[in-house]
Design a protein around this ligand. Structure first.
Ligand SMILES: C[S@@+](CC[C@H](N)C(=O)[O-])C[C@H]1O[C@@H](n2cnc3c(N)ncnc32)[C@H](O)[C@@H]1O
Length: 300
C-alpha cells in the first residue's frame, strides 16, 4: 500500500527519509552555485538515492536537516561529500586511448623539442579524479623524453574533490587497475612494493606532476598559458551556459595552436567554438588570436 504524506504529498512507501521538493531545490541550487552541477527535477530520485548514505552516516533525521547542515558554516566539508555523491569519479589509465595516441604522436614531439631548446611545456589535466589521466600523460612524456625531469616540462593535475586529489598524489592503485595500462608501459609506470597487492606509480612519473584542488567554475590561480588541456567527463555535469563559459576560459588560457581534449560525450559549443578547429575525435586546436583578444591577466 502507498503511504502519502499529508503535507508534502510525497510518496513515502519504502522511503527512509522525507525529501520534499524544497529540499531538492535547496540541494540543486547549492550544487549549481558551488560546483556548476545541473540537477533537473527529474533527477530527484537519483539525488535521494545518492544522498541517503550521507544522512545515515551523519545520523540526520531528514533531508531538511541535511540542507541546514550544507548551508551552515560547519557544513562546508559536507559540500565535498555532496559533490562526490552526485558525480562519479570513475576513470582509468589511458581512458579514451585516442587522446594519448594523438598526444604522443602529434603534440609531444614539437613540445619536447621546444623544451630541449630551453622553452617550457605545460599540460593541465583539469578534472583528474584519482590521477590515472595525469600519470598516463606523464608516461607519454617520459617515454619520448626520458630526461623530462631536467627540462621545463610540467603537468598540472587538479580536481575539485580533495579526496580524489589526495589519492592521485599518493599514486597507489589496486591491482585490477593494472589491466588498463598497455603492457609496454607497465614497467615504465609502475612498481609493486614487496608484500603489497597495490601497485605504486614510479617516482620518475610522480615528479613530473603537481597536484592541487581546483574548482573549474571558480577562479583559477594560473597566470601562464598551457600547451595542452585535458577536461574530460566533468563538464557533462554542467549546464550549457556553464559549459560555454568553461570552453571560453580554456580558450583564454591556451597558447595559440594549443590543444583541448574533452570527454567522449561532450561537445565544444558556444562562442568559444570560433577559437578552435577540430583536430580529431573530441580534440580541438586553439586558433591564432585576433589583435586585442589577449586577456590582461594571462601571459604567453
Ligand atoms: C568522471 S571523472 C573524470 C576523470 C577523468 N578526467 C576521466 O575522464 O577519466 C569526473 C571528475 O570531475 C570532477 N569534477 C566535477 N565537478 C568539478 C568541478 N566543478 N571542478 C573540478 N572538477 C570537477 C569530479 O570530482 C570527478 O573527479
Amino acid at each position: 500500500m502507498t503511504t502519502v504524506h499529508p503535507a508534502t504529498g510525497l510518496d513515502l512507501a519504502g522511503q527512509e527519509y522525507q525529501f520534499t521538493d524544497t529540499d531538492f531545490q535547496t540541494i540543486a541550487v547549492l550544487a549549481h552555485a558551488r560546483y556548476g552541477l545541473h540537477l533537473q527535477s527529474s533527477k530527484k530520485p537519483l539525488v535521494y538515492s545518492r544522498l541517503t548514505k550521507r544522512l545515515r552516516a551523519l545520523g540526520l533525521p531528514d533531508f531538511e536537516s541535511y540542507c541546514s547542515l550544507l548551508s551552515d558554516a560547519a557544513g562546508q566539508d559536507e559540500q565535498a561529500h555532496l559533490l562526490s555523491a552526485l558525480t562519479t569519479n570513475v576513470t582509468h589509465f589511458f581512458r579514451e586511448r585516442h587522446h594519448f595516441t594523438y598526444l604522443r604522436e602529434r603534440i609531444l614531439p614539437p613540445l619536447v623539442r621546444q623544451a630541449k631548446q630551453g622553452g617550457a611545456a605545460r599540460i593541465w589535466t583539469s578534472a583528474c579524479s584519482a590521477g590515472q589521466e595525469a600519470y598516463s600523460i606523464a608516461a607519454m612524456v617520459l617515454d619520448i623524453c626520458p630526461e623530462a625531469a631536467r627540462l621545463d616540462i610540467k603537468i598540472l593535475a587538479s580536481d575539485v574533490d580533495p579526496q580524489m586529489v589526495q589519492h592521485a598524489r599518493r599514486g597507489s592503485y589496486d591491482a585490477e587497475q593494472l589491466a588498463a595500462i598497455p603492457p609496454e608501459y607497465r614497467s615504465l609506470m609502475t612498481e609493486t612494493p614487496p608484500g603489497a597487492t597495490d601497485f605504486q606509480i614510479r617516482r620518475a612519473l610522480q615528479s613530473l606532476v603537481t597536484f592541487g584542488e581546483l574548482n573549474l567554475i571558480a577562479d583559477w590561480p594560473m597566470r601562464r598559458r598551457f600547451d595542452v588541456i585535458f577536461c574530460r567527463n566533468a563538464a557533462i555535469y554542467f549546464d550549457k551556459d556553464t559549459q560555454n563559459r568553461l570552453w571560453q576560459r580554456f580558450a583564454d588560457v591556451l597558447h595559440c595552436d594549443g590543444h583541448l581534449m574533452i570527454g567522449h560525450s561532450e561537445r565544444l559549443t558556444g562562442p568559444a567554438e570560433a577559437h578552435f578547429r577540430s583536430a580529431g575525435i573530441t580534440t580541438y586546436q586553439r586558433l591564432p588570436r585576433a589583435p586585442g583578444q589577449q586577456p590582461a591577466a594571462i601571459k604567453d
